[in-house]
Design a protein around this ligand. Structure first.
Ligand code: ADP
Ligand code: MG
Length: 567
């Protein structure tokens, strides 16, 4: 996002200044970083480096490769209410840039020692034609201007923040806490702007770096980890809704992690509106609702939702730190988000782009809206390493994890059986005994009914020991005492018998499932394919991991000749 750099920096007339919500911008180090990062994004940066020393009051440095500024503009930029992004008559509604108030740089310069080094991208250079770049050190009586060398872009350094504001300084939470806030902010932007490369260091050590590839999965890998990145799917939807009395187009896209990856707070639902990272509780709730019953109570997903709404339907000026926005019709926008999330999760596509995708610049993204019938009609190619079943479907290669797929099949059959007539059991003759630690023993006592419903007939034998008289024997494979131990552990940890039940069924489904290394013939492989395709949710295993990966032929083409990309 750029500010359409044709405009130079100008002073806003008082009338406009008054319309801009007053509010102190510079409340803590993370707030400084936010303003500087947003300026860099407004300048069209493709790469942004943020360095923090200590709690941020020692040094904050933000360097970008955006369009930079000519010397006169740089001089004006550090004055109050000067901006290149808003003109006298502009309505604050419809703002397309992240900044518009023209108060960040001067406020920061007031709170700390600000140095700005900038070189314009067009090479028009520094006012008097001395050097390619301008260095501005803002002091008490105006900026001290000198020449400098720099590639196009801008670096802003802030030292000794709050040096003369002891109360502010005291209110800070120490280096760990303050850096955590900075880290959250930069990570948030890395997630909502995967097209921009971010690098963050603390005390000269790199804490994370995103590749700027444009891929949501790549960004998630940088910010989170391989588990989160690999258990996620991208999504994209658009809809026309009534927003301000007119039909308006709302677009939403981003990343949804599988329900097996959850968090206790909604903070991991990252929302951007018009490219601005915001705290939008309505949108967060909408994402939660889209997951619906896939989420355990009180848990929230890891997700990224980038909303694109007509700028004139958003008021960006409702929060002093521009951390929130107001939609003309928040319910309508939330409705679009909720439907988009629900559709993305319920259609076939809980498959992931996969690890390969990351190595090939996300070129293996799963095809959207894939149907079960394509899986059912796929041609068996063979088995790889006794673990993966390969199928050909049109131009794509489908890779089925035989264990995960069998788990899904077993899980759904087991669930159906339990719903109808309980689990088939196998008596143990003679009964076996098993001991549990005190807490779990109490759970066994309390949940004997539940366990019986699952096929475990257990009777107390004294002192934490139980006799097991029967075990479940789903699908002809007899569960063992380890399955009982896992079941009891899950019940013990779960608390809620109903929640626990699903978990238990998943565990039970796991036990008798095919293992990696089990050789399968073609008949068995295609039987598994058919049963999987007939499942309600064929594309994720009961633990939420994917069962099928899609490798598009185009990805292989690119992979083998990466320099001959055609588009
Ligand atoms: P605002 O972002 O609200 O316009 P700021 O005080 O943050 O106000 O910045 C003032 C002006 O300085 C901006 O409008 C922009 O023209 C210029 N500017 C600030 N940071 C940068 C940057 N990193 N690259 C290019 N121009 C910048
Ligand atoms: Mg700004």
């Amino acid at each position: 996002m750029t500010d359409g750099s044709g405009r130079g920096v100008e002073r806003l007339p008082d009338r406009t200044v008054e319309r801009i919500a007053a509010g102190e911008v510079v409340t803590r180090p993370a707030a400084v970083v936010k303003e500087l990062v947003e300026n860099a994004l407004d300048a069209g940066a493709e790469s942004i480096e943020v360095d923090v020393v200590g709690d941020g009051t020692d040094l904050i440095r933000v360097a970008d490769d955006g369009h930079g500024m000519a010397r006169e503009d740089a001089r004006l930029a550090v004055e109050r209410h000067t901006t290149s992004k808003l003109r006298a008559d502009d309505d604050l509604r419809g703002v397309r840039t992240l900044g518009f108030r023209g108060e960040a740089l001067p406020s920061i310069a007031e709170a700390g020692e600000l140095t700005l080094t900038t070189a314009p991208a067009d090479g028009a250079g520094s006012g008097d034609g001395d050097g390619p770049a301008t260095r501005l050190a803002v002091g008490d009586d105006g900026p001290d201007v000198s020449d400098a060398g720099r590639a196009p872009g801008t670096t802003v350094e802030v030292r000794n923040l709050f040096a003369d504001r002891p109360a502010r300084r005291k209110s800070l939470g120490g280096p760990k806490r303050e850096f955590a806030r900075v880290s959250d902010l930069v990570a948030g932007y890395a997630l909502v702007r995967p097209d921009v490369r971010f690098r963050l260091t603390h005390d000269d050590r790199e804490t994370f770096a995103s590749p700027g590839s444009g891929g949501d999965v790549d960004a998630a890998l940088a910010v989170y980890d391989r588990t989160v990145a690999s258990r996620s799917t991208t999504f994209e939807a658009e809809a026309e809704v009534d927003l301000d009395g007119r039909r308006r187009e709302v677009r939403v896209e981003g990343l949804l992690c599988y329900p097996s990856v959850t968090r206790a707070s909604g903070e991991h639902i990252h929302v951007a509106v018009g490219g601005r990272l915001v705290r939008d509780d309505a949108v967060r709730r909408a994402v939660d609702s889209g997951y619906g019953s896939l989420l355990p109570d009180g848990r929230h997903p890891v997700a990224v939702a980038r909303l694109d709404v007509p700028p004139e339907t958003v008021d960006v000026n409702v929060h002093p730190a521009k951390r929130e926005v107001a939609h003309a019709d928040a319910d309508a926008v939330a409705g679009v988000v909720e439907r988009a999330v629900r559709d993305a999760l319920s259609t076939a596509d809980l498959r992931r782009a996969g690890d390969v995708a990351m190595d090939l610049d996300s070129s293996l993204a799963p095809a959207e809206g894939e149907s079960d019938s394509r899986l059912a009609g796929a041609t068996y190619v063979g088995q790889f390493r006794g673990t993966y079943l390969l199928f050909e479907a049109d131009d794509d290669l489908l890779v089925v994890d035989q264990h995960a797929a069998h788990e899904r099949v077993n899980y759904e059959r087991l669930r159906a059986a339990v719903a109808e007539e309980g689990v088939p059991t196998r008596p143990l003759d003679p009964p076996e005994t098993v001991s549990f630690p005190p807490g779990e023993a109490a759970t066994v006592e309390a949940e004997r009914e539940t366990l019986a419903g699952l096929g475990f007939d257990v009777a107390p034998f004294g002192g934490g020991t139980f006799r097991v008289r029967s075990v479940p024997a789903p699908l002809g494979r007899v569960a063992d005492l380890d399955a009982l131990r896992e079941t009891v552990a899950a019940l013990h940890a779960g608390g809620d018998p109903d929640d626990g039940r699903e978990e238990l069924l998943a565990d039970l489904a796991c036990h008798p499932s095919l293992k990696a290394g089990d050789a399968l013939g073609e008949a068995e492989a295609t039987a598994l394919r058919d049963r999987l395709a007939a499942c309600e949710r064929p594309f994720d295993c009961p633990h939420g991991r994917p069962t099928v990966l899609t490798v598009e032929e185009s990805a292989l083409i690119r992979g083998f000749d990466r320099h001959a990309r055609l588009g």
